[in-house]
Ligand binder design. Structure first.
Ligand SMILES: C[S@@+](CC[C@H](N)C(=O)[O-])C[C@H]1O[C@@H](n2cnc3c(N)ncnc32)[C@H](O)[C@@H]1O
Length: 465
């Protein structure tokens, strides 16, 4: 569970200590509580209480008891308790069983990776890369955020195993390959790459942040992957000293490819990157290099934190009234309109049926489109819609099917009308049917494609008939 801190920083330590003592006493009495650890998050903005329980029911019973209620009312500006998302409980099962179950679940959910990827996932123990995280969380399907920035947005994590597996499939690492990973994070994916590249191969991974690099190094050593090279630096520049690479995997979101990656990739080699295309539409694309161009060989949906550092570009996440909104470029007028509209009471109605992939088509084709997610929510707390700043301004969005699939309208009716018309005429879109070609900026824009011009390359997006 996590308490979001909104008080005097000097008082925070007192509150952390008091909570630690209270948990210590609770430990002696609560039935089924195996451990409790109270600490301040790395960014200092939150107090984190990690508890491990014998059974989920033990936690539920404790949560209702007066003793727990008293803990939740700790004085000292404990602004918000979030137990729903962050409760961690351990079933105390053997690591091996939990590890295999993680991969079994991926397979039963339709993971179509090669046997070598499945075997790598069964080989590398994820829990050694996220020390301090309870085992059942380490072997869940969840993204594990390991570091947050001052604005509370995640800056480092171990990605969802399902997206890691899909990206490895797109990358197609073979024994003997030289591989470069951008974004070492916990080091877990680098270890998977090392298994796939084998003892004849070479894996270099790079991260911007010295402490992340140190942790990744420690994790890789502890798990037996000392042969992975971990570098500190700006991954945007690649690692020319060890180039050329047969494979480059970018594990952080970008809106353009770095010319350094393209230069350091062998001709015919593969590069996989989470590409931010339009208005928050982000796809993991596996490209093959062909001279001065790259052509996609595989496309899948994904969601990644953004590249940081001097080549990050302008901030494109906007936090407004509990929502995180994705923008292609900072836009003060749209930001102000959103702030004002989201302060209003929405009109809520059931959303009309929508074909698969309608939201991707909306983001790619509609200039006023918008992608929003709940700031403190999970990946499924997402919505897609239209923000119309013409007077009177209006906002309308549809929440995801796995959330509640409702249509929300704020302000005037123009956005709702436009969204309903789009939904009524929408054709389904399977991102797997998209092809993306990366061309030099000087190439003529192909007339038969949606073309995005980014500082270094043109991106020609087509849909297979
Ligand atoms: C999603 S995490 C990577 C997950 C990682 N591959 C793993 O297996 O745990 C993204 C990482 O990219 C790093 N990053 C962000 N900008 C970077 C940059 N310019 N150069 C190198 N690393 C960067 C972050 O510090 C973060 O650790």
């Amino acid at each position: 569970m996590i308490i979001t801190w909104a008080g005097d920083p000097a008082h925070q330590q007192t509150c952390t200590d008091r909570l630690a003592r209270a948990f210590e006493q609770t430990m002696r009495r609560a039935s089924g509580l195996l451990s409790a650890r109270v600490h301040t998050s790395v960014d200092g903005a939150r107090i984190v209480v990690d508890t491990q329980w014998e059974r989920r029911e033990a936690f539920d019973a404790w949560r209702e008891a007066p003793e727990a209620q008293a803990l939740f009312e700790q004085p000292g500006a404990a602004a918000e308790w979030d137990t729903r998302v962050y409760v961690r409980h351990s079933t105390h099962r053997p690591v091996r069983a939990l590890h295999n179950e993680m991969v079994d679940r991926l397979v039963s959910q339709g993971f179509r990776g090669t046997p070598s990827i499945e075997s790598a996932l069964r080989t590398v123990p994820r829990h050694l890369f996220v020390p301090g995280v309870p085992l059942d969380v380490a072997y869940s399907q969840d993204v594990i955020v390991t570091r947050r920035g001052p604005d509370d947005l995640p800056v480092s994590s171990s990605s969802m195993p399902s997206i890691m597996a899909l990206m490895l499939e797109q990358l197609d690492v073979r024994p003997g390959h030289h591989v470069l990973e951008i974004g070492a994070g916990t080091g877990y994916n680098a270890a998977l790459l090392a298994v796939l590249a084998g003892s004849e191969g070479e894996v270099t991974t790079i991260d911007l942040d010295d402490t992340i690099v140190r942790d990744a190094r420690d994790h890789l050593d502890a798990a037996g992957y000392a042969r992975v090279r971990v570098l500190a630096g700006d991954g945007w520049l690649g690692a020319p000293q060890h180039a050329p690479y047969d494979r480059i995997e970018v594990t952080v979101g970008v809106s353009d490819l770095s010319p350094a990656w393209v230069a350091q990739l062998r001709d015919g080699g593969r590069l996989v990157a989470p590409l931010w295309l339009a208005r928050g539409c982000e796809l993991s694309v596996g490209f093959q290099k062909d001279g001065d161009r790259l052509r996609s060989v595989a496309v899948t949906e994904c969601g990644f934190m953004r590249l940081r550092g001097p080549h990050a570009g302008a901030e494109t996440f906007l936090n407004v009234r509990g929502w995180t909104v994705r923008m292609d470029a900072p836009d003060a007028a749209r930001a102000a309109a959103l702030e004002a509209l989201l302060a209003l009471e929405p009109r809520v109605e059931p959303a009309p049926p929508a074909p698969r992939g309608w939201h991707t088509r909306l983001l790619l084709e509609e200039p006023r489109a918008l992608f929003l997610g709940r700031t403190q929510g999970s990946w499924w707390h997402a919505a897609h819609g239209i923000l119309d700043t013409a007077v009177p301004p209006s906002l309308a969005f549809v929440t995801s099917r796995v959330w509640d699939h409702q249509l929300y309208t704020y302000g005037g009716t123009a956005a709702r009308d436009a969204l309903l018309e789009r939904l009524a005429t929408a054709r389904s879109l399977h991102v797997q049917d998209l092809t993306i070609e990366v061309l030099p900026r000087t190439a003529p824009a192909p007339p038969d494609a949606i073309v995005l011009a980014r500082p270094h390359y043109l991106y020609a997006i087509r849909e297979r008939p």
